[in-house]
Design a protein around this ligand. Structure first.
Ligand code: FES
Ligand SMILES: [Fe+2]
Length: 348
């Protein structure tokens, strides 16, 4: 007997979501990834060469030489240019070919032949503007106050790479109830009701998914926001042993690496004025708390990495999952709108 296998056409909405929505900022790596040599990163369906010029300013080009496609990241830094290792073609940070040493004066010289990207360094991370088409000036990178107000907040960036689609990471953060179960042995999530009813509260920039009638006891709410970058925020109360300061705040943002791999950024934040209180927390964090936080994050990683890639095709969701449903629908709507706009531009 022969079994006919009809290939299932890929869903364009799913494909766009898989590589990341366009026209948004994304964190792509910690700042310290880029030292004296160029590096190459796969992110957001792209391959990107990153390097620092003599002043330490970061630049990003598509990691493909306009001559014959060799990786520019294997080349040599000449200030604000990279020189390709294969035949020495020099590409400036804005994508313009400045020199073709093997054939001076050829047509390639002076042409803008390589895609360049806008990048910014903030809160210990490199952010890239993932525009559909190249733009001269990107929109401002707007981050939550916890990452920008240094007078009020102290933070540590915790970066990891997980084997799993970033949308499962979004689901995980949009699921406060897992704190009560998956992390029940942790130092900060042992308290509170083990059942809850949730509600959704819209905000100007997104929405909050929160437990009804329980605050500041456990992982009781999650916020999702779009400020030209998608980020999430939550708070978990610290026990007394956690040192001075209020709740433990976590800000998260996530970027696809390649299919089934995610770059996860969690900033661990505390609202503390600069001075001895913040210093005390930073000391405690480094010496005691960080290991515990990693232990909790490990529980999330194991759960996500052990889930089948098609886990979300076989679900039976209940009331706790309203936030996930809302976020997935919103992301699909955004993807559909981007595809419709692209189709319109193509036929115009
Ligand atoms: S491939 Fe880069 S110079 Fe030839
Ligand atoms: Fe978790």
């Amino acid at each position: 007997m022969t079994i006919a296998i009809t290939p299932v056409p890929a869903d364009p909405v799913d494909h766009l979501l898989e590589i990341g929505l366009k026209d948004l900022w994304y964190p792509i790596c910690p700042s310290h990834f880029i030292k004296e040599n160029p590096i190459s990163l796969r992110r957001l369906g792209r391959k990107i060469a990153l390097w620092r010029d003599g002043e330490g300013v970061l630049h990003a080009l598509e990691d493909r030489c306009p001559h014959r496609g060799a990786p520019l990241s294997q080349g040599v830094i000449l200030g604000d240019r990279l020189s390709c290792p294969y035949h020495g073609v020099e590409v400036r940070h804005d994508g313009v070919v400045m020199r073709v040493p093997g054939s001076p004066g050829c047509k390639l010289e002076g042409s803008k032949a390589t895609r360049h990207f806008h990048v910014q360094e903030r809160a210990g991370a490199v952010f890239l503007y993932n525009s559909k088409e190249p733009v001269d000036v990107p929109p401002p990178l707007v981050l939550p106050e916890q990452l920008t107000d240094d007078a009020e907040y102290g933070s540590f960036l915790c970066y990891t790479e997980w084997k799993g689609d970033y949308r499962y990471v979004l689901d995980n953060v949009m699921d406060p109830m897992h704190g009560t179960y998956l992390h029940k042995q942790s130092h900060s999530m042992a308290e509170g009701d083990s059942s809850a009813k949730f509600g959704i509260r819209p905000t100007d920039i997104g929405f909050v998914f929160e437990k009804e009638g329980q605050r500041n006891v456990n992982f009781d709410w999650t916020e999702w926001a779009d400020t030209g970058i998608h980020w999430m925020r939550l708070e978990i109360p610290y026990p007394k042993t956690g040192g001075p300061g209020g709740n433990f705040i976590i800000v998260g943002a996530f970027s696809p690496i390649v299919k089934g791999m995610t770059a996860t950024f969690f900033w661990r934040v505390r609202k503390l004025p600069k001075g001895w209180e913040r210093d005390t927390w930073r000391f405690l964090y480094k010496n005691r708390l960080e290991a515990r936080h990693w232990h909790v994050l490990e529980q999330d990683r194991v759960m996500l990495e052990e889930m089948e890639a098609d886990a979300n095709q076989h679900e039976n969701l209940y009331q706790h999952d309203l936030g996930i449903v809302r976020l997935r629908r919103h992301m699909r709507n955004l993807a559909q709108a981007q595809l419709a706009e692209a189709a319109e531009t193509a036929t115009a």
